[in-house]
Design a protein around this ligand. Sequence first.
Ligand code: GTP
Ligand code: MG
Length: 137
Amino acid sequence: GKRTFTMIKPDAVEAGHIGAILEQITASGFKIVALKMTQMATADAQEFYAVHNERPFFGELVEFMTRGPIVAAVLEKENAVEDFRALIGATNPEDAADGTIRKKYAKSVGENAVHGSDSDENAKIEASFHFAGREMF
Ligand code: GTP
Ligand code: MG
């Protein structure tokens, strides 16, 4: 697949890391084909993360993801989903490789700076969740 979906999460937006994170993403060969700052309502986050709704951290996750603005983007590159997951690093920054976005900017397993789609199918679903067709180039 050539496209993936990402969010710069509220912790990284609050900390002023939007520019540095987008710079690392584009310097790593990803082309930005959709981009906006937005804030998810509780119902949006519950729907976006529905796959996790039985997990013990679900309430915390929804609280976190709705507490402030995020930056949503669609990214294009060969092998986008897998390469972007490698660029961001492990979910828990303690386990993330040096130089990865989460190693540099994540605070904890919950407040982990960025999202990356985990499959081509989910990338399409997540991009369409946040962007109208005319907003994706
Ligand atoms: P995403 O790219 O955001 O989907 O992260 P991921 O695919 O690396 O992890 P996963 O889909 O398993 O979890 C989704 C998100 O839930 C994580 O990115 C965290 O923000 C949050 N999360 C996962 N595990 C925990 C946890 O143990 N505690 C808390 N508070 N949040 C968690
Ligand atoms: Mg995930």
